[in-house]
Design a protein around this ligand. Structure first.
Ligand code: FEO
Ligand code: CA
Ligand code: CA
Ligand code: CA
Length: 565
């Protein structure tokens, strides 16, 4: 039967949808929380206080909010997880402030501390996985952590500020969404919706024209600018040029300074997937998550050799943007000064504008990208596009339907994949197809029913997180509409599914609590545990009635201890 075939390839019996407020996994599997927002990373730090949304004191020494992309590392025989804290839920984080609005410098500093990245050591006891408090590798990186700026934009006039007249050192990384890992074992974190952190105390402030394409304006999301001049465009107009990059963190060196690699471009980075070309060059695929923006790749100039020098690999190379043709072919167009009329630093800083100049293909919100470890192919989750035709930002391109984005109103999303020419990730050309078009055969026909591998047993919308396991199964996480009504009937809560790249078969493995998205996935060193991120649950998950909702990393295992990826 189909279910038996599924369990042989997938190692689990697919589960039905859910609409409740907890996590469900297949029979024979179980789960438990490993790290919850506000949990201390060090002894001497107070346990989480639900009455105040976690104390301000030591808010830079606890597991942060809104867990997102993550990667596991083994250092000195210890298991480390580096994990992003994308943004904050102010009504939960500041539960005693009206509307969750920050009203003091202390409030703002607390929100800044709860975002960024955690590096933590984890271990397993008879009662499950836990954070190893006081591990020398435990570390919080937040909105005020010093980091180095490297690559072509370093030292450019646009990156100079009163605090950093050289344009080479910046405080903080923000809106860290997806994750990645380099071939040399460092963590990559990505700055996504950085625009929302900047505002102006002077509403009439004149802003540079290129800000519009990035959605940077006088309005901000958390009112930082009222209490922290660095986020006030009236006082620090260049600060936003210092965000929107990829950041490299070495979890094995807790004192090392994170590095922003500007050669990989500035946009609303979702995540990146690294691959090696046959000649050893490093290839990094990246999505820019906004309606009508693009898919990119970077190819290093130097080659990676295990144990060799890696420090310049992400600072010198060529950035490309994808152009898809309707006939199933495509090309990576190099963003060069000749092709764009812009200087190399300008291409690194205003990458969206450079990509528009070469006629890149507008996409339905590129979220995670993933590279198949057992076959030379890349995948990108195009999460949805609910307002085709309405440009999100001034200066964006026409977003009419095109080959890989074929639906006018796209509430469901799709996953596009590409097959590099000559089985070489550094090739300039590729063939592509749609691995899946999410849809709903219960309520729609044709394009909106979804592709052939969608059936009433595996309905979902808005693919977002995406990662291959070592066996070549594609794990798909969703961040979509979970009201289970109308065109979303039969889809239930956000979830995690597994897809077979060869047969196309997709089966549901996990459902999240209502209101949450499922985002972030990595494995223990022995591949017997998967760590999964549950972000922004609506109800008091996982602590129960009367408590605050806490984004959490959970561990999922097979009860018989067999491999899970
Ligand atoms: Fe933070 Fe595009 O998801
Ligand atoms: Ca995402
Ligand atoms: Ca999303
Ligand atoms: Ca999110």
């Amino acid at each position: 039967s189909t279910a038996q075939a599924a369990s042989s390839r997938f190692g689990f019996t697919p589960i039905p949808i859910q609409t409740d407020f907890t996590v469900h996994v297949p029979e024979g599997y179980s789960w438990h929380p490993v790290a919850k927002w506000g949990e201390p990373l060090f002894s001497g730090v107070a346990e989480f206080d639900h009455a105040v949304g976690g104390a301000f004191a030591d808010s830079d020494k606890v597991f942060g909010e809104n867990t997102d992309g993550m990667e596991a590392f083994v250092v000195d025989g210890r298991q480390l997880i580096a994990v992003n804290h994308e943004y904050v839920n102010t009504k939960t984080n500041l539960p005693n402030n009206e509307g969750g609005t920050p009203t003091s410098a202390e409030d703002v500093r607390k929100l800044q501390n709860l975002q960024g990245v955690t590096v933590m050591e984890v271990a397993e006891s008879d009662s499950g996985w836990f954070i190893v408090k006081d591990s020398p590798y435990n570390r919080r990186i937040h909105h005020n952590t010093p980091m180095q700026i490297a690559g072509p934009a370093a030292g450019h006039d646009l990156l100079k500020t009163p605090l950093d007249p050289d344009g080479t050192t910046v405080l903080g990384t923000m809106n860290n969404c997806g994750a990645g890992k380099t071939p040399w074992g460092t963590y990559l974190t990505w700055e996504e919706n950085f625009n929302g952190y900047f505002g102006s105390t002077d509403e009439a402030v004149a802003l540079p024209e290129d800000f519009a394409r990035y959605g940077i304006d006088a309005e901000s999301r958390y009112a930082y600018e009222k209490f922290d001049a660095r986020y006030d465009l009236a006082k620090n107009p260049n600060e936003p040029y210092r965000f929107g990059y990829i950041v490299e963190i070495d979890p094995s060196k807790p004192d090392s300074m994170p590095i922003k690699h500007t050669a990989l471009g500035r946009f609303k980075h979702e995540n990146a997937a690294c691959a090696l070309a046959p000649d050893g060059r490093v290839v990094v695929y990246m999505g820019d998550d906004e309606r009508g923006e693009f898919l990119y790749k970077f190819v290093s100039e130097g080659i990676y050799t295990p144990g060799g020098e890696t420090s310049a690999l992400l600072d010198a190379g060529q950035l490309y943007v994808a152009k898809f043709s309707d006939d199933g072919t495509g090309q990576w167009v190099a963003l060069t000064p000749e092709a764009t009329g812009m200087s190399t630093p300008e291409i690194a800083i205003m990458t969206r504008i450079a990509a528009s100049k070469v006629g890149a293909t507008t996409m339905d919100r590129p979220e995670w990208v993933a590279v198949n470890p057992v076959s030379v192919e890349g995948y990108a989750a195009l999460t949805n596009n609910k307002n085709r035709g309405i440009k999100p930002n001034a200066g964006g391109d026409d977003t009419s339907v095109n080959g890989p984005n074929p639906r006018e109103a796209n509430n469901y999303g799709q996953i596009v994949r590409w097959f590099p020419a000559d089985d070489n990730h550094a090739s300039d050309t590729f063939d592509w197809d749609l691995y899946v078009m999410a849809g709903n055969p219960k309520v729609a026909e044709g394009l909106y029913a979804g592709s052939d591998n969608i059936n009433e047993g595996n309905l979902f919308n808005s693919p977002d997180g995406m990662m291959f396991d070592s066996t070549g199964l594609l794990w798909i996480q969703t961040d979509g509409d979970d009201d289970n009504e109308g065109e979303f009937e039969g889809m239930g809560n956000n979830q995690m599914l597994a897809g077979d790249p060869v047969t196309g078969q997709i089966e549901r493995f996990l459902t999240g609590p209502n209101g949450s998205e499922v985002t972030g996935l990595t494995w223990s060193a022995d591949k017997r545990t998967m760590f999964v991120g549950i972000q922004h649950p609506a109800a008091p998950f996982p602590d129960g009635e009367g408590k605050l909702a806490r984004s959490s990393v959970i561990a999922v295992k097979r009860d018989d201890g067999a491999l899970v990826g």
